[in-house]
Design a protein around this ligand. Structure first.
Ligand SMILES: [Zn+2]
Ligand SMILES: [Zn+2]
Length: 162
């Protein structure tokens, strides 16, 4: 997602409005437990006393509940504010380096999304998950399994605490 910002540098325009859609390849990013829809990006790149950008993004993704494996919707959203710097030495957490007349927003947005992804997504706080023995979805049905004795290592542990 590239934008030519040369006219901001020359002062011909004072802002560039952004209303665009970004496609991401989740496999490439190593987060293919998600199914991604296009990400809607809105905002602007502007020049006031400093050069900067302000973006919001949102999309509806899908993933699996970490406990019961059911499909769950996951709403992606966030906002990004950065100043734009032209020299490597000026860069900090609040800024983004642009060494040419073109700014590429893809990494900026993707990094922000990944940083904010929870490590575990569940369909609901009360999700009971799957039976470790027979695999039924315990939210939908009960089973007769004796889970107490499912794992010999666990029962050893239990003995320790007796
Ligand atoms: Zn669940
Ligand atoms: Zn069971």
């Amino acid at each position: 997602m590239k934008y030519d910002i040369s006219e901001l540098f020359t002062g011909k325009v004072s802002s560039i409005e952004i209303d665009d859609y970004l496609n991401v390849d989740l496999k490439e990013l190593g987060i293919d437990s998600f199914t991604a829809d296009k990400i809607h990006i809105k905002g602007s790149i502007f020049k006031t006393t400093v050069l900067g950008l302000e973006l919001t993004y949102e999309s509806n993704w899908k993933t699996e509940c970490a406990r019961c494996l059911k499909r769950v919707d996951y709403h992606i959203e966030g906002n990004i504010k950065r100043s734009i710097v032209k020299k490597f030495n000026d860069i900090d957490d609040e800024s983004v380096l642009v060494e040419s007349d073109v700014i590429d927003l893809t990494d900026l947005i993707v990094d922000d999304i990944i940083l904010n992804l929870p490590t575990q997504i569940i369909c609901s706080e009360s999700c009971k998950g799957l039976c470790m023995k027979c695999g039924v979805n315990l939210n939908e049905e009960d089973c007769e399994c004796d889970i107490e004795n499912i794992d010999p290592r666990l029962s050893k542990l239990k003995d320790l605490f007796k």
